[in-house]
Design a protein around this ligand. Sequence first.
Ligand SMILES: Cc1cc2nc3c(=O)[nH]c(=O)nc-3n(C[C@H](O)[C@H](O)[C@H](O)COP(=O)(O)OP(=O)(O)OC[C@H]3O[C@@H](n4cnc5c(N)ncnc54)[C@H](O)[C@@H]3O)c2cc1C
Length: 461
Amino acid sequence: MTKEAIIKEFEAIAGAENVMTGETDRHAYSYDAAVLDSVMPALVVRPRTSEALGAVTKLCNDNGLPLTVRGAGTNLSGGTIPHPGGVVVLTNGLNRILEINEADMYAVVEPGVVTAQFAAEVAKRGLFYPPDPGSQAVSTLGGNVAENAGGLRGLKYGVTKDYVMGVDFWDVNGELVKSGSRTVKCVTGYNLAGLMVASEGTLGVFDKIILKLVPPAQAAKSMMAVFPSMKAASETVASIIANKIVPATLEMMDNFTIRTVENFRGAGLPVDAAALLLIEVDGHPAQVADEAAVVERICKENGATELHVAKDAAERDAVWQARRDALPALANLKPTCVLEDATVPRSKIPAMIEALEEIAKKLDLTIGTFGHAGDGNLHPTILTDKRNKEEWERVEKGIDMIFDKALAMGGTLSGEHGIGLSKSKYMAQETSKATLAYARRMKSVLDPKGILNPDKIIGAE
Ligand SMILES: Cc1cc2nc3c(=O)[nH]c(=O)nc-3n(C[C@H](O)[C@H](O)[C@H](O)COP(=O)(O)OP(=O)(O)OC[C@H]3O[C@@H](n4cnc5c(N)ncnc54)[C@H](O)[C@@H]3O)c2cc1C
């Protein structure tokens, strides 16, 4: 088929107003939140019905056109950078919450529903959807499932995969595959919904997602503890967990991040603190009171110089807004911001903090460190300017060293941001040859022409 004929086919499926071929439109979808070069797609299409999404998938496969599905494009690993000359399929035309079932505590959504809007709708019905990535105000549920997104509440409530009950997805031939169910238990056949989680658009195109909902906690208490060193703060994290307390949230910030956040919004953070822990315990009011007292004691035993307990909802929101500001505030400082999410067993947090400080010193890099300390999932954030070649080489060396250290401690390349394009070259370091070969065989059977988001996760053949 000629290029013009293919464009006509896309227009017939999705409507001419939903097919974009102009340079400006294509440029807008040539990059995402990762620090990688942009790649221009040939065409961008926005299906507005489930059938159109399936037909677009089939058309791409029939014509050998690489297809990259895009939610909000906030992923940090290059998962929505298109293949040269490929097609970007937008999901923001498929953004309906189809059902919120209060009796059975699940919801059915289209993939383009925005995470925070969904959580707010669920809350109106007295239910709770815990996964809360920092990007939730814009990220989509389809993107969350495809990346297995985490968030601040991962420690107690788990991550997106813990809420996926089912996924209906279009296979590469445009056939609708249904997986999972609306029941709490389901072991009928392979766990294909599980296979779709973290698949980064490489195995199927999500059409509908069934998500588990839970009752909200009756009470919560947020605290901010000030420490004289990162070592003391990280040892406190290990100690809280060792004392069998599982806070809903247990976040850490180093001094550089504290000062940057304070300059960004003036949240009233203690700028002289070497480290902060932001902690929330939740549950039954009696349990919250007990756990808060234990956490307070452990913080003091580990050298906390101050402990502030949020008195009301406004103070609680201010604590968590400060944490959510960490990435935007750091990213504001320099032209290039590389946010990593190598993750270690949480008992290794003190050692990882030490390793990050050594790497920054050795390579003379500016690294702000914050993150989900309770999960072992830190976000060392390197601030740089990619145009400075000499500095960029040191940054790349620093990234290699961060991964080496995390893997040596029994950790993993990514706790929540996915592999995409940016980390596929490191996959062999973490997995075995046989594991990669298995993944490639699976991909080649499910997607023989390599149409679905090529090169992501397992790299180019
Ligand atoms: C400021 C900021 C804060 C962040 N905080 C967090 C955080 O706390 N935790 C965390 O885990 N991540 C975080 N992220 C990363 C990012 O927001 C998440 O990875 C999120 O899940 C991406 O959602 P999205 O809608 O933007 O997806 P996109 O970036 O558009 O896509 C992500 C992947 O999903 C695939 N995909 C999208 N829709 C579908 C579909 N319908 N079918 C199949 N595949 C699909 C894409 O092809 C791509 O591979 C943050 C990012 C930013 C910029």
